[in-house]
Design a protein around this ligand. Structure first.
Ligand SMILES: NC(=O)c1ccc[n+]([C@@H]2O[C@H](COP(=O)([O-])OP(=O)(O)OC[C@H]3O[C@@H](n4cnc5c(N)ncnc54)[C@H](O)[C@@H]3O)[C@@H](O)[C@H]2O)c1
Length: 334
């Protein structure tokens, strides 16, 4: 006579053989309700917003209550914009906000997480320390994802107890708008975890693309050398800020020039990614332009600091004004 567990196993085997149940088993094993998002900056608030909008319970964590309050303010403003455009209604705005709870204590925020999406500052020490803690805090079977733009998922996974459950979930900025999610398999990431995250991204109405874990993955390996080259062109006096951006917008049909895009991403983030590419491949072609290094050192890190290649008043004015450091007495409209 077969025991219950044997019967169950045989039934599963039968259904698997007929290809019926694989997806269901994966979905069931990793049924997701509680998502913890670490870091409430540019990316973290967008990731929290998106998960909450699609019905997940979100715990948003940052180091200070001020950062969290700023994030909720940003999310509210972005939801208002979606309502104004008719993309969502007032009811969905309210339910989205009600699904986001804020925390400064990682343990409380992550203990019950089915999935953690880490979007803290792009610094290997910070991320390794966070994942080491998460490995102890989270329940068995939780998936630990990083939104890192460039740090090795394999390295991040190596400090955890279960590297198979660690994966890259690289959203694009602004998260509620951009469709791509680069899903990065670390060396040890399992098929199950990869499939779960691919399916989850589709549930968020995103377009997931699976890539392997090498410096810069795909998006930034191609994007960052272009941005760096644009900064070099400015540094060498080939052309001004607006001229460089106009060539790429009007000539290559890019919606935004590379210098404006760099401001938008954050010049500190761009520099950090270039350094990862430079170190990871040991190739001079990825060496960050000295002008980019100087701007970051001086705190001119783009939109978030109010100044970069352009200046940003924060008044919502659409007029794009070139920083006086590069001013040729011109301004453009976005
Ligand atoms: N900015 C972009 O366009 C972009 C795009 C894709 C991916 N990313 C990646 O997303 C991540 C976040 O980038 P960002 O631009 O949102 O940075 P950000 O500087 O805007 O925000 C980072 C936040 O993390 C918080 N933080 C730092 N250490 C923490 C800790 N130990 N615990 C909790 N919170 C902590 C900071 O207080 C800050 O609020 C980075 O890994 C970056 O590479 C950025």
């Amino acid at each position: 006579m077969l025991h219950d567990s044997e019967l169950e196993e045989n039934a599963l085997l039968l259904l698997k053989n007929y290809g019926i149940i694989t997806t269901f088993v994966i979905q069931f094993k990793y049924f997701m309700t509680n998502i913890t998002v670490i870091g409430s900056g540019t990316m973290g608030n967008g990731i929290a917003h998106t998960f909450a909008q699609y019905g997940f319970e979100v715990a948003l964590v940052d180091l200070s209550q001020e950062s969290l309050s700023r994030a909720i303010q940003t999310i509210t403003g972005n939801l208002d914009r979606q309502v104004k455009k008719g993309a969502i209604d007032e009811q969905l705005k309210k339910s989205t906000l009600s699904k986001i709870k804020t925390y400064t204590d990682l343990k409380t925020a992550a203990a019950n997480a089915d999935l953690v999406v880490e979007a803290a500052t792009e610094n290997p020490e910070i991320k390794l320390d966070l994942f080491k803690q998460l490995s102890d805090i989270c329940k068995e079977g939780s998936i630990l994802a990083s939104n890192t733009s460039s740090i090795s998922i394999t390295q991040i996974a190596s400090v955890t107890k279960n590297p198979g459950n660690v994966i890259g979930m690289h959203f694009m900025n602004p998260v509620p708008v951009m469709k791509l999610v680069e899903v990065i398999r670390g060396y040890a990431t399992t098929d199950e975890v990869t499939n779960t995250i691919m399916n989850l991204a589709k549930q968020l109405d995103k377009v997931p693309v699976e890539v392997n874990d090498y410096p810069g993955f795909v998006a930034n390996r191609i994007l960052m050398p272009m941005i760096n080259e644009a900064v070099y062109a400015l540094y060498e006096g080939v052309a001004g800020v607006e001229e460089i951006d106009t060539v790429m917008k009007s000539g290559m049909a890019h919606p935004m020039g590379p210098l404006q895009l760099a401001d938008f991403i954050g010049l500190d983030v761009c520099l950090a990614i270039l350094n990862v590419l430079y170190k990871g491949f040991g190739n001079q072609k990825y060496a960050p332009c000295p002008l980019l290094v100087n701007m970051v050192t001086a705190g001119h890190s783009g939109v978030k600091s109010g100044k970069g290649f352009y200046i940003y008043s924060g008044s919502g004015n659409k007029e794009l004004v070139v920083s006086s450091k590069f001013n040729r007495n011109k301004s453009a409209t976005i």
